[in-house]
Design a protein around this ligand. Structure first.
Ligand code: NA7
Length: 531
């Protein structure tokens, strides 16, 4: 029989969320164990090492705010940090707080079973080893389980096959090779832009074109100098902002109330600033079809300007969904890549992929030969990592409970599964926000809740059914007010065959969500049963 180790808290995942949770709980004297599938810290930034991988939230915002000394000492080199620099930052934090001694690497959690009598979770790893914990915090990430679409003949392909989300740690030599990329979301765009000048030839297989805004990346120094003297106040503004980072919300009016010249001026201004704040040009972009179309047309015109071949430009122009309803991309010369004589675009809509062959890919009537095929096909978002574990309380499983879509209260807990917390779970702003702001808020909320329980001699917490039902309805209702459900996006679960189509994130904004979450806590955890 294997020996079982008991802890106060087991945290699953050693990315930004898991590490911060460990720091907070350890300083309060909890016995915490972090279980991490990878061989080091970093989560998303540990796995996604593909060429060109980069954050599309600015470095001054996409970093921890809890440690003011760290905030002052760390100097980002670029406005948008690259994956290696973000990973270096996470490793620095792990060293600074000596975190690795409480983390077990190479440990994939397979199951979580609630022992109702002992009021503890039994956590079993893929290696069969068990731990028990009063509380479990799933810091498992929203985009951590790769989606791996199966094409006929995939196993027959004799060249190299890679997934951006599981890129080899020692890199891949692509120089001069014939390369195919399948997928044109953020990962695809970044990969394509980076490798295009290096490879011998590049063929991009596109199912749905993406809207992309230029990053205008550059040195971080000017922003750091501006922000550092008043960093705490800057962070507080981010916590109350709609997206969890600064987007000049006050400067944005309603499209319907703005005259034509001012519309163009505002779009030009945001376009030349660069980044995701372009979508915040007007308050009604996600509600008003006309406002949305105006932004979409603006981006379409920019694509036409950038791509020389009109036929290719038309293929690259998104038309089938509102701008912002799928995750916006931030690019650094993506569209211009198609002006290179070595790059070609295959529209899968016109020329469906039939199968992989020994030498390449057969689509439509054509077989193209490749040395390397790169899959940038995304993730089983938001629920994927939670449901990859067998989570059960007696005969009740989370998989069954969420069959028709996730059900949570505040995206933090789910009824029937006591003492199991989720960081950036479904029905919280998470993927619609600066993840760092959302992560820190959730970790602080969970920490405060555990302290609330401990100080009152309580040790069990669970949402009540009515509160959860209300929250699910609220999230759905707000989602339905927007144009977001009109896209077959991963926000809707639409990229995974068989997955229930439900709009998963809370679209009401980070600031509003914080007010609700704070209010619930202040009201003695209203909507939760504490025992
Ligand atoms: P995304 O945004 O989900 O992009 C995946 C891309 O792969 C997208 O263009 C998909 O087309 C395409 N795809 C997925 N499955 C297939 C199949 N079977 N055939 C052809 N094409 C396919 O993931 P990313 O990794 O790029 O970005 C994830 C997030 O990381 C990003 O939003 C940022 O938050 C950071 P589709 O659009 O579904 O038609």
């Amino acid at each position: 029989m294997t020996e079982r180790v008991d802890h106060d808290v087991v945290v699953i995942g050693a990315g930004f969320a898991g590490l911060y949770q460990l720091i907070r709980l350890r300083e309060l004297g909890y016995d915490v164990r972090v279980l991490e599938a990878g061989d080091d810290v970093g989560g998303t930034w540990y796995w996604n090492r593909y060429p060109g991988a980069r954050c599309d939230i600015e470095s001054i915002e996409y970093s921890y705010s809890f440690d003011e000394a760290l905030e002052q000492e760390w100097n980002w080199s670029e406005r948008y940090a690259s994956q290696p620099e973000i990973l270096e930052y996470i490793r620095h934090v792990a060293d600074r707080y000596d975190l690795r001694r409480d983390i077990e690497f190479g440990t994939t959690v397979e199951s979580l079973a609630w022992d109702d009598e002992a009021e503890r979770w039994i956590v079993t790893g893929a290696d069969g080893r068990q731990r028990s914990a009063r509380y479990v915090v799933a810091a498992t990430g929203c985009l951590s389980v790769p989606s791996r679409p199966e094409f006929d003949g995939m196993a027959d392909f004799s060249g190299e096959l890679y997934w951006t989300s599981r890129w080899p740690h020692d890199g891949v030599d692509l120089e001069g090779k014939r390369v195919a990329v399948i997928g044109t979301g953020s990962s695809g765009l970044q990969t394509i832009t980076e490798i295009a000048p290096v490879v011998g030839s590049l063929t991009v297989y596109q199912r749905t074109p993406s809207y992309a805004v230029p990053a205008h990346n550059g040195p971080a120094a000017p922003r750091l100098e501006q922000v550092k003297p008043a960093y705490p106040a800057f962070r507080e503004e981010s916590r109350l902002a709609r997206l969890g980072f600064h987007c000049d919300e006050e400067g944005a009016g309603y499209y319907a109330e703005t005259d034509g010249a001012d519309v163009t001026r505002e779009l030009d201004r945001r376009w030349s600033d660069g980044g995701l704040c372009f979508t915040q040009a007007f308050r009604d972009v996600l509600f008003d079809v006309k406002a949305n179309e105006t932004l979409a047309d603006y981006v379409r015109d920019r694509i036409r300007e950038k791509v020389r071949d009109p036929e290719t430009a038309e293929k690259l122009i998104p038309r089938s969904y509102p701008i912002g309803a799928k995750r916006m991309c931030v690019d650094t010369g993506y569209f211009e890549v198609y002006n290179l004589p070595t790059v070609s675009l295959v529209d899968i809509g016109q020329e469906p992929i039939h199968r992989f062959t020994e030498r390449g890919i057969r689509s439509g009537e054509t077989e193209r030969e490749f040395d390397v095929i790169i899959m940038a096909t995304g993730f089983d978002a938001m629920t994927g990592a939670l449901l990859a574990m067998d989570v059960r309380n007696g005969s009740r499983t989370l998989r069954e409970k969420w069959e028709a879509g996730p059900r949570t209260y505040l995206g933090l807990m789910t009824e029937g599964f006591p003492n199991l917390f989720m960081i950036t779970g479904p029905q919280s702003p998470s993927v619609l926000s600066n993840m760092m702001t959302s992560i820190e808020y959730h970790v602080d909320w969970v920490t405060r809740a555990l302290e609330h329980l401990r100080s009152r001699g309580l040790h069990r917490m669970e949402p009540d059914r009515a509160a959860e039902d209300n929250w699910v309805n609220t999230t759905n209702d707000i989602g339905d007010l927007t144009l977001m459900p009109r896209a077959a996006s991963w926000y809707m679960g639409a990229n995974i065959p068989g997955k229930q189509r439900v709009f998963m994130p809370f679209v009401g904004g980070v600031g509003t969500y914080k007010q609700i979450g704070d209010g619930v806590a202040v009201a003695g955890y209203h909507g939760f049963e504490l025992a």
